[in-house]
Write a protein that binds this ligand. Structure first.
Ligand SMILES: NC(=O)c1ccc[n+]([C@@H]2O[C@H](COP(=O)([O-])OP(=O)(O)OC[C@H]3O[C@@H](n4cnc5c(N)ncnc54)[C@H](OP(=O)(O)O)[C@@H]3O)[C@@H](O)[C@H]2O)c1
Length: 265
């Protein structure tokens, strides 16, 4: 049997799009995790039916977890991260949690003229504050997983890692080339901040043996990417999971695309 990608993983925004496809491919893979915690905002809502069906089929592997990350829309969301943490902790126990894929994200397209303050704040809150609070609250559980491998110094997703799903549009270096194609202020600014969060966490958590990196999925056919996108979610996620499975300490603090190519900050 192939070597497992890791023992346990938490995937945020897993009820549709790229997140749902990540859960689908992980559960179908012979080298997939033993435990997949699939988080979404509304486990009983109509947009979660597909995930619930998948979870029903693989009850021993998938646990659907409620995780509301938009603090400005829901003042209880901090409590929701803590509730999710309790549930995950209870299942993984002393093994800890190996991997978090911070996939949930939002794009409210806005040019300079039509971006309102509330759009900037809401997108920043979902795309940056959410992943930061998840990292903060789940850190101890990631450390627990990393400590199981204390006989080795190397970093990997098998040991303990945080993957922040970023975008090519976050790159300050590439901005002059693609700005006119997507003049999306709230999204670009928030994802550039997510990159800095990635860099800070990578430095901070190095001593704990936790790898942290940012991953661009490509332009993908989802509700966010639209039907014009060249990549299917299946193609993108296949590449992303291959990149994730092969990460080493060399890649901590980097921004890569779904094929493993480096993207300049
Ligand atoms: N598609 C692309 O071409 C593309 C390109 C580059 C990067 N990305 C990134 O890839 C990730 C996934 O995108 P996608 O294309 O799969 O988008 P999508 O189809 O629109 O799905 C977004 C997911 O994020 C969840 N979400 C959004 N805001 C949230 C919040 N405040 N709290 C909790 N959950 C929230 C959504 O939950 P609900 O169903 O409850 O809304 C949904 O599960 C995002 O981080 C995105 O920025 C996508």
């Amino acid at each position: 049997m192939a070597c497992r990608i890791c023992h346990s993983v938490l995937v945020t925004g897993s009820n549709r799009g790229i997140g749902l496809e990540i859960v689908r491919q992980l559960v179908d893979s012979p080298s997939g995790p033993v435990k997949i915690f699939a988080s979404c905002r509304d486990p009983d809502g109509p947009r979660t039916e597909e995930l619930q069906e998948l979870a029903q089929k693989h009850q021993d592997v998938i646990t659907v977890v409620q995780l509301v990350k938009n603090f400005s829309l829901d003042i209880c969301s901090s409590a929701s991260i803590k509730e999710a943490l309790k549930l995950v902790e209870n299942e993984v126990q002393e093994k800890g949690l190996n991997l978090i894929i911070n996939n949930a994200g939002v794009n409210i397209p806005g040019s300079l003229a039509d971006t309102e303050k509330s759009m900037m704040v809401d997108v920043y809150t979902s795309n940056v504050v959410g992943p930061m609070m998840v990292a903060k609250d789940f850190r101890a559980l990631l450390c627990k997983a990393a400590a199981q491998f204390s006989h080795q110094t190397s970093m990997s997703c098998k040991r303990s890692a945080i993957i922040n799903v970023s975008t090519l549009l976050s790159s300050i270096t590439i901005c002059p080339e693609n700005f006119s194609l997507a003049p999306m202020y709230p999204y670009r600014v928030s994802k550039a901040a997510l990159n800095m969060l990635t860099r800070c966490l990578a430095e901070d958590l190095k001593k704990d043996g936790i790898l942290v990196m940012a991953l661009h999925p490509g332009w993908v056919q989802t509700e966010m990417g639209g039907s014009e996108a060249p990549l299917t979610a299946a193609e993108s996620v296949k590449g992303m999971l291959e990149v994730i499975a092969n990460l080493t300490e060399k890649e901590t603090g980097t921004l890569l695309d779904w094929k493993g190519n480096s993207i300049p900050w």
